[in-house]
Design a protein around this ligand. Structure first.
Ligand SMILES: [Mn+2]
Length: 326
């Protein structure tokens, strides 16, 4: 089934098509704290470029979380330190609301004469030479879908699996942020060979026991503010130590909070060298605005920010204070 894009988006796809056809050496990157959309979109694009006989290198600040290592091509996206010998003629930045979300890799990105920015974050300022930004897409994976169907002519089973994972995870299992094309795209991805059951099992049903034990500790300190209907919890270093876990074991913890009926806004605080906060809104309250107050970003319903030099408790207070101002 052919999905018709609106003329403006179609124009962007054509523009990116021109760059991809001309380019020889591509650098692909995405944001740190890699999520399913970031890695799924990146790997699908990598698959297409290789299929077209292009040179392509992936450089990411962070390594791929364990739950996404089942994805095709995931072996090509090793952790971080960019190889300074790479001389790309096109850099493609995927799912990054701002350039600094690429971390140190941006030094390498800048070396390319042409930078392409493909993203669905509302706040993206358009930092590249070609910017395709539209927050109406549920996931950047949807945008990559249109690029691959057009430039790559078809969609392989492997690329479809990557993009399905992108859309599945960025919509929180098809719960929020659904766009006008989402279900049509998903249908086409399944037709192209993506296996919904297998992917859902890999992403949601293969958690190590230690991660659930960590969740149990977190839930013990679940807090609730009745007046503003805010629910939050923290993960601190002591909890990681006791359960022999690390940050990637907290994947999906925030979704536990989202399930709470009484809550309108929820957040999870993770303490490591810095204090990271993930926020979700179940009401009209725009959590992107809250995160932006502290230099973070994201979407209306899902956003994040971080703090340095303060404790998890202090960070929680700052966030609450900001919520109380709304
Ligand atoms: Mn995304």
């Amino acid at each position: 089934m052919k999905i018709r894009l609106n003329p403006e988006d179609e124009k962007k796809v054509r523009e990116i098509e021109g760059v991809i056809k001309k380019g020889k050496r591509f650098l692909l990157t995405t944001h740190y704290n890699i999520d399913g959309d970031a890695i799924g979109s990146e790997l699908a694009l990598y698959g297409m470029l290789k299929r077209m006989g292009k040179e392509a290198v992936i450089a990411n600040q962070d390594s791929i979380p364990a739950i996404y290592r089942f994805l095709p091509y995931s072996g090509k996206a090793g952790a971080g330190v960019p190889d300074s010998r790479i001389k790309p003629d096109v850099s493609i930045v995927i799912d990054c609301g701002s350039a600094d979300r690429t971390g140190k890799v941006f030094e390498l990105v800048k070396k390319a004469p042409v930078i392409v920015n493909i993203d669905h974050h509302f706040s993206n300022p358009g930092f590249a030479s070609i910017n395709w930004i539209n927050h109406r897409f549920s996931a950047t994976g949807e945008m990559v879908y249109f690029i691959i169907s057009s430039v790559g002519k078809m969609l392989t089973k492997r690329e479809a699996a990557c993009l399905y994972t992108a859309v599945l995870t960025d919509t929180g299992n098809f719960v929020h942020n659904m766009g006008p094309y989402t279900m049509d795209i998903v249908k086409n991805l399944i037709d192209a060979g993506a296996e919904p059951e297998k992917i859902a099992r890999k992403v949601y049903m293969e958690r190590p026991l230690r991660s659930i034990k960590l969740l149990a500790l977190c839930l013990m300190n679940l807090r609730f503010d009745r007046r503003k209907k805010v629910c939050w919890m923290k993960v601190d270093k002591e909890m990681y130590r006791r359960t022999r876990t690390k940050e990637e074991d907290t994947e999906g913890f925030i979704d536990m909070l989202v399930r709470i009926k009484e809550a309108n806004v929820v957040f999870l605080i993770k303490e490591s060298d810095i204090v990271k906060v993930s926020l979700r809104s179940k009401s009209k309250l725009d959590v992107e605005k809250i995160a932006a107050k502290f230099g973070g970003g994201g979407h209306k319903k899902a956003a994040g920010c971080h703090f340095r030099g303060i404790s998890a408790e202090q960070a929680a207070e700052k966030i609450l204070e900001e919520i109380y101002k709304t």
